[in-house]
Design a protein around this ligand. Sequence first.
Ligand SMILES: [Zn+2]
Length: 333
Amino acid sequence: MLFVNRMGVDIALKKIFIDTSKDHKNNDNAVFIFQKPVVCSICKSNNVITDPEAAEIVCSKCGMVISDKIQETRQESRTFLTNEAEDRGRTGMPTSLALSDMGLSTVIARSDKDASGYEIKPSMLSTMHRLRMWDFRTQARTSTHRNLRFAFNELHTLKDKLGLPDTIIEKTAYIYRKAQARRLVRGRSISAVLTAAIYISCRELGIQRSLDDIAIISNIKRKSIAKCYRLLIYELDIQIPTLDPMKCIVKVANKAVLNEKTKRHAIDVMKNVTKKEISAGKNPMGLAATVVYISCIKTGEHRTQKDIAEAAGITDVTLRNRFKDLKDKLQLN
Ligand SMILES: [Zn+2]
C-alpha cells in the first residue's frame, strides 16, 4: 500500500508511532500506541507468558491471567482482490520461514495511485519511480533466492497433498534453509532434500508419516530421500527422537481393539523387556507388537499374529522372528 500525498504520510506516521516517552502532548496530530510493559497486578512481576492459543497473557509466577484480550497480529482476512486500494487488512501477511523472503518484502504497486485511490501529483511521480526502482533492486534476486523460492513452492504443494500442519512446514523450511546455508543442496535434487527435510520434521514433531508415504506422494524415489535424510542428519547434527515403545504399545493395542487387561499386561511385559535390555537396537513398533501378542496369549484374548502385525504396520515375518527371540529371552512357558 502506498502513502504518498501529505495526508497519506500522516496516516502512515500515526500507524507506526510507538510512544516510549512521556511528552506525547507536544504533538496533537499523532495517535499514540502505548507500549506499556505488562506487569502482574498481584505480585508485580513482569515475567509474563503470552499464550496465543488461549489468547491470554498469564503471569509466570502466580498464574494470574493479566489479559484475555491479546491482539491478533496475524492477518485477519485474506483478500483475493488485485486492486491494492481495496485491501483493508489491518496487518500484513504473517512472517514465515517457508517464504523465500520470509514474507518481509515490500510490494509497491505499479499504478500511479495512492492509498485512497487518488492520482499521485506529478511532482511526486519521479520520487515514486525512484522508490520503485530501489525496491526492485533491494529484493534479493540471487540463485540462492531462486532456489529457496522453488523449494518452498514445492513445499506448499506437498503440504496440501500430505495434509501437514503449519508447524511442520516452518520446521521443514528451517531445516532446508540450514541445508542451503551449508551448501548441502548443491549437486543434489532440491525436491529430494526438501522431502527429506519434511520427513525429519515429521519424525521430530511426532507426526505419523512414513518414508514410503512421503515417497509415493512426492513422486521421488524412496532411496534418494533416504540418502538425503542420512546426509542431513549427519551434516546438521540432528537428533531424531526414537519412538517410545510404551506409546507404541498403546497405539497397537488400540488399533487391534484389545481390552484394558491385555494392555496393562503388555505394559508390564515391556517394562521387563526394557529392564533386561532386550529392546536395544530393535524397531520399537515391532517390539511393541510382539509384546502385545504375548499378552494376548497370556490373557486369552484371541488375536492372530497377522492381526497384530497389521495393527502395528509391520510384516508378520518380523513379528514371528521377534516373538521367537523374546520367547527365549523372557523364558516364557
Ligand atoms: Zn503474578
